[in-house]
Design a protein around this ligand. Structure first.
Ligand code: HEM
Length: 415
């Protein structure tokens, strides 16, 4: 919208105020008519010319078209016809299938990778701890920048312009001395080599078409179905981010409280109920003993085990995870041995029986805001469908679309 005419260097300029989120797209893809844009944070683009009202309307329409094209949207069947006659999702699935046959732990590896890729820079979203847990915060979907409009800063402008990682943009895959994958919580994330394999196949068939961000989400969807989980549809069209910094990783730790974890999830637009369902991802995979020893030997400095853990489980874990052991062994996150590698609701049945491994997992079954959902999931049949829907929500967090970001040639480096 027109805001004011400002004299600058003796030339009168027409000023338009735009949200910073649009500035990024415009800088990369300026609309045909040149006039001065000023972001809400004060960045300006030269040069400016004076325009008639009809030009202003026409330019505004062009501007809207440009914004829409730059932002795009996720779509079902996005790659149809974009990779010659190849079915991109079927190709991804076939690589998943062959790798999964060799290493079934690909399932927990990819699930965790998707979570860690999408949960970056949570702190830059305004989190209102008073917002009722049942109401999600307003973070418009499909935009990696809008969520930050409330916090104008140079970093925000720079971030929006350069596709700074905020959501599911495959920034976790970028190599570098201090990229996200070097951050503490990401050091045990696995599956990078697998993503490279998928990317190599796709690049050989249709270079520069399929994003690494879409590969993560599609492959995770496929591998979840291979371990008994739901078959859910995911929309495609994500683009890859260009920045990956370990300092932006602020994933919750295993001792986080339910209330704190809810705030973190709300910061990504997810409700507490989504969080309870997504933590059901701990129905497969393992944790290192180092995340458990605090609970079984000296819980919160008490000198004894966490009283919320089944004493029989405490003994089992103590023999599996000896104090001061030279090797950091692993234990299943789902303590039902028959279903430790199956995506089902047994995780909730275990935590309902005080057999949660991580403190946050056990807390879900005890906290007043989550225990009812846990009971419903443990005793009902709703988990698979709810988990599929929650994974879709997770994969749609603050994605780059349209002309934002890029399609990387290699998932490990920017173009
Ligand atoms: C408050 C949130 C969460 C916390 C604090 C948390 C914490 C952890 C920790 C500490 C581990 C063990 C890592 C290791 O020992 O190397 C782990 C593993 C895992 N997490 Fe989470 N997690 C959270 C949410 C999620 C979500 C939302 C998902 C999936 C949707 C997920 C999926 C997994 C999987 C599958 C593993 C096993 C990985 C493997 O076996 O390689 N987690 N998590």
């Amino acid at each position: 919208m027109p805001a004011a005419g400002l004299p600058s260097g003796g030339v009168s300029r027409t000023l338009y105020v735009l949200p910073t989120g649009h500035l990024a797209s415009l800088l990369e893809n300026p609309p045909p008519s040149t006039f001065l844009f000023m972001s809400s944070a004060g960045a300006t683009l030269p040069p400016a010319i004076k325009m008639r009202p009809s030009d202003v309307v026409a330019s505004f329409l062009l501007l809207l078209a440009s914004i829409a094209a730059a932002h795009g949207a996720l779509q079902a069947g996005f790659y149809k016809g974009k990779c010659d006659s190849h079915d991109v999702e079927a190709l991804i699935q076939s690589v998943v299938r062959s790798q999964f046959r060799r290493d079934p732990t690909l399932a927990p590896a990819l699930m965790r990778m998707q979570f860690h890729d999408c949960f970056v820079r949570v702190r830059n979203i305004v989190i209102n701890a008073e917002t009722p847990a049942s109401r999600p915060p307003f973070i418009p979907p499909g935009s990696a920048c809008f969520g930050n409009l409330v916090l104008f800063s140079l970093l925000t402008i720079y971030g929006c312009m350069s596709g700074l990682p905020q959501g599911c943009d495959a920034s976790i895959l970028l190599d570098g001395n201090s990229s996200e994958k070097t951050a503490g919580p990401n050091q045990s994330v696995r599956g990078y080599g697998f993503i490279d394999q998928v990317k190599t196949v796709l690049e050989s068939l249709c270079p520069g078409v399929v994003s690494c961000a879409d590969i993560i989400v599609a492959a995770t969807r496929d591998v979840i179905a291979m371990v008994g989980g739901p078959k859910y549809a995911v929309q495609m069209g994500r683009r890859d981010g260009r920045i990956s910094r370990s300092g932006d990783v602020n994933l919750p730790g295993p001792s986080i409280s339910v209330a704190q974890a809810s705030v973190v999830f709300r910061g990504k637009g997810l409700m507490t109920s989504d969080m309870v369902v997504l933590l059901g991802g701990h129905t497969i995979g393992v944790t290192h003993c180092s995340f458990v020893t605090g609970r079984i030997y000296n819980f919160q400095g008490s000198g004894s085990a966490d009283p919320t853990m089944d004493p029989a489980l405490v003994s089992q874990l103590q023999s599996r995870c000896p104090q001061n052991a030279a090797v950091d062994a692993t234990v299943n996150l789902d303590q039902n041995p028959r279903s430790a590698n199956v995506v089902d609701n047994s995780f909730y049945q275990q935590i309902a029986r005080k057999r949660g491994i991580l403190q946050i997992d056990q807390s879900l079954a005890l906290h007043r805001t989550t225990r009812q959902t846990v009971a419903l999931l443990a005793n009902g049949t709703g988990f698979p469908a709810q988990f599929g829907a929650a994974m879709v929500k997770l994969g749609n967090i603050q994605v780059l679309t349209g002309r934002q970001g890029e399609i990387r040639e290699s998932c490990r480096s920017v173009n």
